[in-house]
Design a protein around this ligand. Sequence first.
Ligand SMILES: [Fe+2]
Length: 368
Amino acid sequence: MDFPVETVIPQKTLFRPGALTALIPECLEFGPRGILVHGPSLEKNGQKDLLSKTVPSDASVRYFRRKSGEPELSEIGDLIRAGREFKADWIAGIGGGSVLDLAKAAAGLFNAKEKPVYYQEGGELKEPGIPFIAVPTTAGSGSEATVNAVIINPEKKAKLSIRDKTFMARKVILDPDLLRKAPPAVLRFSAMDALVQAYESFISKNATWFSETFALKAVELLAHHLPPGLESRAEEHLSSLLLGSYFSGIAFNASRLGVIHGIAHPLGALYHEPHGLICSVCLPASIKINRRVMGRKYDVMTYVVKKDFLEKTEELLSLLKIESPFRGKPLIEKEKIIAETLRSGSTAANPKPITREDVEFILEEIFK
Ligand SMILES: [Fe+2]
């Protein structure tokens, strides 16, 4: 059977409405002291109060509220320092991909001898960190099921991964109720990101039966539940979006991604547009580039989404009112974008070997 040579998945996953109340008791199995990394919405939505009520008197939980935007290297250092001072036994992240990636990187590098930039540049991690627990509040980056964290390196003006197999979340809490208050734009872009990830994983040249199975289910769930889920926020749809995102993470963690994620990182670092938005608008161009090499996989996608796959993605973009944020803008640092895309590990997993002309084609499509 076609199975990855090595793969890691979360040890324990809780999936039910209201599962958030189990977060602290689950974390405390790793020790009585921990840090909970979150964004501004935790207080706004009343979830911080709810969580505080679940902390017993013999335990101690400190909250680390991160600034908005995508995490930078220095923020990992700040969080590790706060955690060491507090003598944290674990770090949990509750939020979108940025919060989860920051919490994951800090937990993973908690005992590291070198600075985070060393590991971003490919240095080997020799000291295992402390347990990371993930609670996604969007659907999603899939970060709760992957071993990498995307972090901005401001000096290089680049978004780069830090990855290690020990980074995998020990526990994942999937609570569809948390998606109910996600702002529409966040849910729209992040769920499309998950769909793109599942698509890229499904056609990746590293795909196996294992990754394809999760990727295909993710495409099915996301393509069918994204538009109605955004409007109604009904539990059935939110559960499907949350699972679709989780499955996309399991899939691409095992197979890597493709050219969309290769180009999305330099574009994101230069133009500061949301990652999910960038990935969404690159999707039709990627399908056009890969269609021939997709072979029967194109037909499988069409079968799963119940419409010609390219037409379905264009319909989704139109239904969700997603338009290219680059249209009419000047293309800056074209050579840097092309060089980084061609160097990217995501691009290396694309089934069609990507050329300079392919990258130029995507840029033309999204800037025209
Ligand atoms: Fe992504």
